[in-house]
Design a protein around this ligand. Structure first.
Ligand SMILES: C[S@@+](CC[C@H](N)C(=O)[O-])C[C@H]1O[C@@H](n2cnc3c(N)ncnc32)[C@H](O)[C@@H]1O
Length: 290
């Protein structure tokens, strides 16, 4: 292993350390610790009561999607949701070995980001990828860099200032709402983030709304199929699992790149025509033929 990972991320680490400082752990009982396992940063970063009321307000009188009702706490479609990586481990995001391990420029080359476009780096952390995206979209373009942890966004803003980059807009999102402008985004990138989302369906619906028709959602995830990738299982995802979770939320699989040493690059598209519209049109066409 070439670099130190934040506790909880690298295979063999204790996942709880990534979200709860040791000193605090001394004060809670084992039962409370187990109950909080995997949720603490998300709760710190975003007031759960507020998140609950936001989700309720959003859904109005509609019932929650059935899928969520069937999932055991802390899991989604049979997968354990990973702990959120704390801002206290942010050094890991800028480790010297990361360029070799994740090849961020080659990853972005594959996406062919157009100058002048509006892109989002969702779960941007300290801006490792946002800064690179900002150079690619150029002065006419914009990077919307979101994160649920304000401390991450503060570090990101500092890094952008130091680099003299002015086309990044930091956005504090919540665990149920990405807080992106509706219908304005050409490409959404999530690098090592999706597996941490505590509310995948609400998040994906927000991302879908933010994309322009035909816009792309890109997940970069550590390969769950590959036991050689030295990352804890819950911080990895298989291609099959990604498709199973993303497509029912109104995205179409477009392409996948597997040239990175450890990660999949999986590209989805928001269909240019909403599925309901497409179905209506197909029905009308079929009737006309009768
Ligand atoms: C492993 S870090 C990756 C950071 C960055 N993408 C990078 O590659 O350097 C995961 C980040 O995702 C953020 N995150 C987790 N859940 C999120 C959500 N639902 N919405 C936005 N950000 C989230 C965390 O706060 C953390 O900063």
């Amino acid at each position: 292993m070439r670099s130190a990972a934040p506790a909880g991320h690298r295979a063999g680490d204790d996942a709880k350390e990534s979200v709860m400082p040791r000193a605090r752990m001394g004060f809670v009982s084992l039962a409370l610790l187990l109950a909080l396992y995997g949720r603490s940063v998300a709760q710190e970063a975003s007031d759960p009561a507020k998140a609950k009321s936001e989700a309720k307000a959003k859904s109005g009188t509609k019932k929650a999607p059935r899928r969520t009702q069937r999932d055991a706490p802390g899991t989604y479609m049979g997968r354990r949701i990973a702990d959120v990586m704390s801002y206290q481990g942010a050094e890991w995001l800028i480790r010297a070995s990361r360029e070799e391990e994740e090849q961020p420029e080659a990853m972005l080359d594959a996406l062919k980001i157009a100058p002048g476009s509006t892109v989002a780096d969702v779960g941007a952390g300290v801006g490792y990828t946002s800064l690179r995206m900002a150079r690619r979209v150029g002065p006419e373009g914009l990077v919307l860099a979101t994160d649920i942890q304000p401390q991450m966004l503060q570090m990101l803003a500092g890094n952008a200032r130091t680099a003299g980059v002015e086309n990044i807009r930091p956005i504090r999102s919540t665990i149920t709402d990405p807080k992106l402008p509706e219908g304005e985004v050409d490409l959404i990138l999530m690098v090592d983030v999706y597996h941490e989302c505590t509310h995948p369906e609400a998040t994906l619906q927000g991302l879908r709304k933010a994309l322009k028709p035909g816009g792309r959602l890109v997940l970069v995830e550590f390969r769950g199929e590959d036991p050689e990738v030295p990352i804890k299982p819950e911080h990895k995802m298989t291609f099959a699992q990604v498709r199973r979770e993303i497509e029912p939320q109104g995205f179409t699989f477009k392409e996948k790149f597997d040239f990175l040493p450890w990660q999949h690059i999986i590209v989805f598209e928001k269909p240019a025509t909403p599925p309901a519209e497409a179905t209506k049109r197909a029905a009308a066409k079929a009737k006309a033929v009768e």
